[in-house]
Design a protein around this ligand. Sequence first.
Ligand SMILES: Cc1cc2nc3c(=O)[nH]c(=O)nc-3n(C[C@H](O)[C@H](O)[C@H](O)COP(=O)(O)OP(=O)(O)OC[C@H]3O[C@@H](n4cnc5c(N)ncnc54)[C@H](O)[C@@H]3O)c2cc1C
Length: 541
Amino acid sequence: MNLSERKWCGWGLKQGPDLLKDKRDSFWNWLRELSGFTELPHTLPVDINSISLNEPTLPSTLISELETKISQGKVTSEPIERIIHARGKSYLDTLALRSGNLPDVPDIVIYPKTKEEVIGVIRWALFNDVAIIPFGGGTSVVGGVNPIKGQNHIGIATLDLREMNRIINIDTKSRIACTESGIEGPHLEKLLQKEGFTLGHYPQSFEFSTLGGWVSARGAGHQSIRYGKAEDWFVGAEIISPPGPWKTEAFPASAGGPQIKDLIPGSEGTLGIMTDIEFRIHPLPQEKYYNAYIFPSFEAGVEASRQLMQTNIPLAMIRLSDAQETFFYTAMQMGGGDPSSLPQFCLMLIGLEGDSPCITAGRQIIEGMFANYQAISLGEGIADQWFKQRFLLPYLRDEMLDYGLGVDTLETATRWSKLLDLHETIHKAIRETIENDPDQKPQFPIVMAHISHAYLDGASLYFTFVFPRSPKDPFQQWHRIKNSASDVIRYHKATISHHHGIGTDHKPWLAGEKSALAYELLRQIKYQIDPKNILNPGKLF
Ligand SMILES: Cc1cc2nc3c(=O)[nH]c(=O)nc-3n(C[C@H](O)[C@H](O)[C@H](O)COP(=O)(O)OP(=O)(O)OC[C@H]3O[C@@H](n4cnc5c(N)ncnc54)[C@H](O)[C@@H]3O)c2cc1C
């Protein structure tokens, strides 16, 4: 991990890929027209060296005391470290970083190397009333790593766990591995694949996010149908909390009362720091087959997805774009297009992974089934291109921000029987809010969605929206869009998040999603384990 190679206020590496290549000029021209700009504005981030930060509020004597418990040089109050740990990677986080207006940054950043050091940090924080922000890859898109402290806290320390990245054990018989929680995606997969195994968890943020972050946020990888969401492959963990270190249950199955381990996925660093995590692994698949199909409508694609999920073939992924998303990505390849004559057809990418005979049988079932929907196979080339580029799209967001645009995503999940209705109403809510923006009206708002993760009983919907950024108050503009979509999600009794988590951004809708009793139970558990609220204050609860 070399942080100096990574962007401080955007996605990925400084030397990132060029997705647009020779389509660059026509693509930006097209977006300019849709956004209603006569000329694309230049809205670049401030220079990191020009940002002035408040002095740390933690007394230097306390920092010196902490330094005796941590490896040399692994406690820092360097301005650059405080800035890059000040936010995650949400649209709001990125706006805040780019503006350089950062009234709240951690006082110090700590890079523990061992469990014992984490224990030392938590004891020190507990004794001195310091808020601790657990930080994995910092790719949270819900405000999950933002430095917030309670009234009783004298300062904030961010605990960056990426130096805790060792593999502890691979139990090939039981197909369970154990590693430290700060290991990043590529490193983890490399170690597992060397032994012939995979976890199979590939979120779009795979390259820069960590095992601990995946579990904490109940994340989902692209191939979650085959490998499961984080809460499915999570087996157990060792956790450091204010009362001390503890381990969750980690049985193959148990009737020993409610399982406390179920509290950990989704706890977002509020109940303890996971140091070691056990998780299920799979032998590398003998074969992978990815193909692209065109469906005559979103409705037909949704129905085919549901039917597919209720068969027994080795599905790894179904990704069904709606007509708007299909159009947008086609236009991106072509460098433009006319959105007023939007065709209704929809792209579906489908992935199978597993043993070769099962894949062969699966392909036949798909072909037979899809013929009933008048779906047309586009061949493996398009799917292959998606596979190769699947981690690259987020780089485009930074360029959009450079050109006065805003872009964000949101996601939810609901049952098959409610999915089309929810899709339509969220679409409408986002589009109308963008269209009626008091400061900045687009020619044509870009709102698009896809089904990204599917289940027997339902699926997730993932929306992307692009809009001209309000020059007056882009933060309020975002809140208007977010609130309108989230209220629709709540009204339709869908979940406020399928895989991004709660953090700060989804907190207003969480209590409504749980029953009053369930929410209060969770709050009481948090209070029992962390009465001084030193662990990631202001998140989740
Ligand atoms: C471009 C982009 C694409 C994304 N795509 C996906 C996707 O496809 N699927 C998906 O699920 N998510 C996605 N995300 C969201 C994000 O990557 C996930 O939430 C991811 O799981 C966060 O991992 P992280 O290591 O970066 O955790 P962080 O962002 O550092 O932390 C997330 C939360 O976990 C807590 N935490 C981290 N490590 C620990 C630990 N060891 N112990 C206790 N608490 C801890 C933090 O305090 C925080 O509350 C995407 C984000 C971006 C920016």
